[in-house]
Design a protein around this ligand. Sequence first.
Ligand code: OXD
Ligand code: MN
Length: 591
Amino acid sequence: MSEYKRSASSLDALNQWVLEVAQLAKPDRIHWCDGSDVENDALVAQMLADGTLIKLNERTHPDSYLHRSHPDDVARVEHLTFVCTSDRDDAGPNNHWMAPDQARQQMKSLFDGCMKGRTMYVVPYCMGPIDSPLSRCGVEITDSPYVVANMRIMTRMGAAALARIEREGSFVKGLHSTGELDPDRRFIMHFPEDLEIQSFGSGYGGNALLGKKCHALRIASHQARKEGWLDEHMLILGIENPKGETHYVAAAFPSACGKTNLAMLIPPEGYRKDGWKISTIGDDICWMRPGKDGRLYAINPEAGFFGVAPGTSEKSNPNALASIQQNTIFTNVAVTDDNQPWWEGLDKRVPVTDWKGNAYDASATHPAAHPNSRFTVSAKECPSYSPHAEDAQGVPISAIVFGGRRASLVPLVFEARDWTHGVLVGAAMGSETTAAATGAVGVMRRDPMAMKPFCGYNFADYFDHWLSFDKPGAKLPKIFHVNWFRKGEGGDFLWPGFGDNMRVLEWMLKRVDGAAGAVETPIGNLPDPVDINLDGVELTAEAREKLFGYDRAGWASEFEHIGEYLQEYGARMPDALNGEQTRITHELSIG
Ligand code: OXD
Ligand code: MN
């Protein structure tokens, strides 16, 4: 394994911290990661030898591996995730809170001696293109080689990041240990005032790859507020029209609601023939900042995809499937008789081993792959990856989309009348829960801007921050809401989704260009179905009514709930948002 020697002349903040952690955690060895191929090969060899990784079929999936996590460690643990601010109100009712001193004390006892017999890896990383002013760096200390291998795919990790940290002098500190993987000794703590994360007892992605949810969302949300930008749980895609013009769209959906599929969408055949093209910038996180021209410019802080495997197929997402044919780490998927990775929805084969490593056959009644099983792969493997994803200044955003998983009430698409209304649309988002977090699946909960598990401060302050972008000279994107998941009386989805979502994107861009009409309603501007290209889509009368209509009584009751939800934030809730809720409630009441 290569030993990367740092050139720093003195004990700077990083050296000092590494030393302190080493004294506490007492590892046998310390390894500074340089991100090289040689280092990665050595780590993979070590993980193959100790069973952390299992080699998959080299012919069908070259350089790809399976990792089986502990069966009790398969998803983010929101109930064990804390934001530790000095003032409890700064964390808000949307976060679990613990006093920083108490949290530090508790974590100190967990980390004490936890790396005995293990190697401590020091992982410098950059979130975002290495030369972008929008990017931010961090260092994760971890005792998990699996985490190192995943961080190498998901971030710009190693020597270049370390050089930037040395240049800038500031970085987010992330300390992680898998501990004993005991769910009763598991905590994910955030100290935003100190740009610090401490995570113990889990090896699962969102809990352990600290660059992702912990840094790029929870801690970055603080940095964004302080520095005047937006840190969002959004995909970013480019849409090129037949004239060769590209618009970029950022879209927020709760976990496991199809962000990766939308980011990599392949347009229906008619669109492709006409010259429409989609390119992918990111599938999960978006950092946006106003440019000199007043528009919002966005980067994807990540370098890879940590996507949900189940449901990924030739039909739902051919680009994702092509991306994961090689150089991929699969976590908790099933395996076929010829050692290929498999998950529900992939195809009709029956795997022989389930995600826990037990024998599996057609008579089994449980899913073979864990519903939150994942693939980790570099964005560069994706056929639709945009060359502009590496642009240091980011890409200009024309439209922002909010979306939830709503079986009833919410139509296919509507447009917010202005920015303030759009912020309310995002703040009021609701969605049915999925397997991405532990807990019940399918329960409707408010998930503002899809940030419920990820906003590292009080939502009321976050909405205020959003509202602050509407100022003279700003050329803000239009805001839309979509619902791909509306169901009919029989329980079937009414909208075909996937590639056909292109039709909805096209309508949005026509609205951006002022080239399509809309029906004004109290909830926002709805498309007239004649303005959406439905050529080749069969919709029943029920589908048309539910996808393009709106139920005034149902929305009146929804707005009552939204009002109650906003009240939970008390006096901190911005007046402008309360006022918007009151205005729409009134409009709904007069018909
Ligand atoms: C994710 C999530 O892993 O949102 O992206 O849970
Ligand atoms: Mn996510």
